[in-house]
Design a protein around this ligand. Structure first.
Ligand code: NOJ
Length: 925
């Protein structure tokens, strides 16, 4: 087929509802480093050591004789012993077994335990005395890590140090010095990470309370070792006394650090030394959280990325206890110094090194798993509020969406749908026929998500069974713990207990008589909230740390993985429920999460506020989540607490359409604000935004597919594509969508008339504002920098970077399901050299056929001087043929000129090529 230049266009380039909401996070309810026993002590220790400088002689050394290499067909590690001397008890030595493994992907793992924990003698016989070492069981996708082969590493040992040379071309060296202990990881001879650089290694070993004084070194403080003075934590029995671990990591020549969510803070991590306000990882139900804060939030992922132009380093701290991370960028070197302390557990961390942050994402995903490929519907728009009141309300909203031509896929029910907050029940008078309601929604391909929380009201069959089966979280006397949450008095399912899975499965069973799940419906999905766990009358609004879980583990040890264990149980139950049915892929939203949560759930940023600063902060928060392998993330569109002005609501939709997880939600006291509520012109503007999201679903789905195979961010920071441009490292209000080349800068300021967009490189960028290509505007800067653009309320500033090809579906449909057979429009944006390429991933969007029988295709489209070619990659012929009805209705090629090929009569499932001769000089590009 030959096409000539068909259509050329020359390049061209309210009434606010006042919200009277007073933000006041109850930060005095949460511990800071000063009043947290273990953080206080480790900080004191670090300060003492720093002030002693070279005079300080460490109590820790590695016994050179103990170091040996263990290797076999599927294992290879170095083991040895760290010995801690006790200055007041010279004859007693604390032995800390050490293990160093070199893993595939240039990852090096260090584990340090404490020997002799069995001998501990305390009154409470239900407690497991060991240091908790099972965090990795929950975080890792596969317990069998891939070790590099012994012969692929060079080992050298002397009396003072040990070194391992590894990597494809032996470019990495890990050198372990025995005294003072120091581990340095080099890349091509240059130190990149130094572990224990400042000598803050601290393992608070077991000691009886009455002998404590003898066990302390002069640099240690005994603050809150056996009692907790903090407010409602005072009842913590601290049965095992001080158990904390601490270690410092220096990132050499790195000033840009990312990750360690969840905090309502900047993308690029801040120096925390001056404020003495380290980042805390401790999953909590934080009420009315503030922005610009290192306070803990609902989830935690202890992965930090350090990035510089030629190299990136990841540090994955595998510990699920309360953790603080101090970041010091204030020093005169070009290094970033960090200090990590956790309340208990083993020292277990992995250092990942790669040339780019994307490589770290890939290698980290190989360990913890990649994001699930979600059902396609869940990338559509989710309509939620606390609460839609009854069946009529739900179905009215459903029809109003159609009346107003608003595409949407899912309506949500918050806690009020239940009978007295008893999960797995319906409030009968308001929801007499859940199955009928689900069927009605299904007529237009819509879904229902209902909430189920881990606290189970006492005194009805579900909690009775939990207690009877002994699968509750227990109090220190090993009886089921009773606390308060939405339903009043409740017990908590212990999803760390393997027996709880089958019980949970039974609640979601595929059964006509299971009224909760709407009988045999396939369009019911789940929301797991309050799983930090939130306990209204507990310390820091959570579980007492001395509560007990399966295996006798204290809650203290497993706190940050409880949320993961809960949403994972729900996901597993839903997979079983849907097994063998057409729509097999479940959707689960969780509020609390940990490393590994990406495998089974989406997350959102919890209870934000209807204020401009929360709209703004949502972007760095979601970017951070994407950087640490949890890309399926979003924020409540409109803000949870309060009533947004019409302008704010509109701007929030225009931003929210780019969140990988896109849901509007509102507090029970807030006014209704569905898209038609603000009226014109807002409703039309919101509708346009929603249409843009739906038209770009092929882009989002392709980005999810890529992320599910290589861990790449879906909402991606700018610096990922401009590593040589340090100025781009702190851009946090602008982002790319996957590898599509779409670069978005949402308007997040009130009354904005213009906006500046950062162009990070000298590639050509085309104006794609509102997804509108009717005019071609383009930018090609000689030097990275800002451009200014006028904006109206209608405008969603987007550029597409030259060199990319994307696919769109341009027809309005009521839901994603109804778009399945719609034709594609292909947009080709040429780069400076007249090239472009892109990928479109397609499968049925709802079954596991893509993984079990290859029912998917990847269409690779490429533009070069000879024209445009498409190649379909896929292994299942039958599936490929089944896509025969889906055509390509338009191809738009943008260079400084525009060419539109209408109805090229091509199918998405077959290879094709079009010869196109564009008469453009490179100079024009
Ligand atoms: C807290 C959640 O963050 C919020 O989204 C939800 O509406 C309420 N719980 C009620 O379930």
């Amino acid at each position: 087929m030959r096409v000539t230049l068909a259509q050329i266009s020359i390049p061209l380039l309210v009434v606010a509802l006042h919200v009277s909401y007073v933000a006041a996070v109850k930060d005095y309810l949460f511990k800071n480093c000063e009043n947290s026993g273990f953080c206080h002590r480790n900080k004191h220790y670090a300060d003492q050591i720093s002030s002693l400088g070279s005079e300080y002689k460490s109590d820790y050394s590695i016994d050179a004789n103990s170091v040996e290499v263990i290797s076999g067909p599927d294992k290879f590690f170095i083991q040895g012993q760290i010995v801690k001397v006790l200055p007041n008890l010279p004859e007693e030595k604390v032995v800390l077994p050490l293990k160093i493994s070199v893993l595939e992907g240039n990852n090096i793992r260090i584990q340090v335990d404490e020997a002799k924990r069995e001998a501990i003698n305390i009154a409470n016989k239900f407690i497991n005395h060991q240091r908790y070492n099972e965090t990795s069981n929950w975080a890792f996708v596969n317990q069998e890590l891939q070790y590099v082969k012994t012969e692929d590493a060079d080992l050298k040992k002397s009396d003072t140090k040990f070194s391992i040379t590894y990597g494809k071309s032996k470019e990495y060296v890990a050198e372990l010095e025995f005294y003072p202990i120091k581990l340095t990881v080099y890349h091509l001879g240059e130190a990149q990470v130094v572990v224990n650089d400042r000598g803050f290694l601290n393992v608070e070993h077991w000691r009886p309370k009455d002998a404590n004084a003898d066990h302390l070194s002069p640099q240690e403080s005994d603050f809150n070792m056996f009692q907790d003075d903090f407010k409602d934590s005072k009842e913590d029995s601290l049965p095992l006394g001080p158990e904390s671990i601490g270690l410092d990591f220096t990132f050499k020549n790195f000033r840009n650090l990312y990750g360690i969510p969840e905090h309502a803070d900047t993308l690029n991590l801040k120096d925390t030394t001056e404020s003495n306000n380290p980042y805390r990882l401790f999953n909590v139900d934080i009420f009315e959280y503030e922005t610009d804060s290192r306070l803990p939030m609902y989830g935690s992922i202890p992965l930090l990325l350090a990035v510089k132009p030629a190299l990136s380093v990841g540090l994955f701290w595998i510990n699920s206890a309360d953790t603080f991370i101090n970041v010091d960028k204030s020093n005169s070197t070009k290094d970033s110094k960090t200090h990590w302390v956790s309340e208990n557990g083993v020292i277990d961390f992995i250092i990942l090194i790669g040339s780019t942050p994307a490589e770290i994402n890939k290698n980290y995903g190989a360990i913890t798993g990649y994001t699930q490929l979600p059902p396609l519907f869940s990338l559509g728009y989710h309509q939620c509020r606390w609460n839609y009141n009854d069946e009529k309300d739900v179905l009215d909203i459903n029809s109003l969406m159609d009346q107003h031509q608003i595409p949407y896929d899912t309506i949500w029910l918050d806690i009020e749908y239940t009978d007295s907050k008893k999960y797995f029940t319906w409030q009968e008078d308001k929801f007499p026929d859940p199955e009928g309601m689900l069927k009605e929604l299904d007529l237009t391909g819509r879904n229902l998500v209902v909430i189920i929380d881990p606290h189970i009201k006492t005194g009805y069959d579900v909690s009775n069974q939990l207690e009877k089966k002994k699968i509750c979280m227990n109090d220190p006397s090993n009886s089921s713990y009773h606390g308060h949450c939405w339903p009043g008095e409740s017990v908590w399912i212990d999803t760390l207990n393997p027996s709880s899975q089958s019980f949970w499965d039974s609640k979601f069973s595929w059964d006509k008589k299971n009224k909760f799940t709407g009988g045999e419906s396939t369009n019911l999905h789940l929301w797991n909230d309050m799983n930090e766990p939130s306990v209204f009358n507990g310390p820091e609004t959570s579980s007492p740390k001395d509560n007990l879980h399966y295996g006798g583990w204290e809650h203290r040890s497993v706190h940050n993985i409880y949320g993961l264990s809960f949403h994972e149980a729900t996901f597993n139950s839903l997979v079983k429920r849907l097994d063998g049915h057409t729509r097999e892929r479940p959707f689960v939203l969780t509020r609390s999460y940990f490393a590994g949560s990406q495998r089974t759930a989406a997350m959102w940023t919890g209870d934000n506020m209807s204020k401009w600063e929360y709209l703004k902060i949502s972007i760095p928060m979601i970017l951070t989540s994407n950087v640490v392998g949890m890309p399926f993330s979003g924020a409540d569109v409109g803000g949870f607490f309060g009533n947004p002005s019409k302008e704010l609501l509109t701007r929030w939709y225009q931003t929210g359409i780019w969140y990988p997880f896109f849901r509007a939600h509102a507090h029970i006291d807030s006014r209704r604000r569905e898209p038609w509520v603000p009226g014109e012109p807002y409703t039309s503007v919101i509708r346009e935004a929603l249409n843009l999201r739906y038209s770009l679903l092929p882009v989002f789905y392709t980005a999810f597919y890529e992320s599910s195979t290589n861990g790449s961010p879906i909402m991606k920071p700018i610096f990922y594509e401009s590593l040589n441009n340090l100025e781009s490292y702190s851009i946090e209000d602008q982002f790319f969508i996957g590898s599509s080349g779409l670069m978005v800068k949402p308007v997040t300021d009130e009354n904005a008339n213009d906006i500046t967009i950062y162009i990070p490189d000298t590639e050509i960028y085309y104006d794609f504002t509102n997804g509108d290509l009717s005019k071609v505007g383009w930018y090609n800067v000689r030097k990275p920098g800002y451009i200014r653009k006028d904006v109206t309320l209608h405008d969603i500033p987007v550029l597409i970077k030259g060199g990319h090809i994307i696919a769109r579906k341009e027809r309005y449909r009521r839901s994603t399901k109804l778009m399945a057979n719609d034709p594609y429009t292909i947009v080709v944006a040429l780069d400076k050299y007249g090239h472009a390429e892109g990928n479109i991933y397609i499968d049925d969007g709802e079954s596991f056929g893509y993984s079990t029988s290859g029912e998917s295709i990847n269409v690779h489209i490429k533009y070069s001087k000879d024209g445009l070619t498409a190649h379909v990659n896929g292994s299942n012929k039958e599936y490929i043929n089944s896509l025969g009805n889906i055509g390509i209705e338009k191809i738009i090629i943008i260079s400084p000129f525009k060419l539109i090929i209408e109805n090229p009569k091509l199918k998405i499932n077959s290879d094709w090529s079009i010869q196109i001769i564009l008469d453009i000089e490179h100079d024009e590009l």
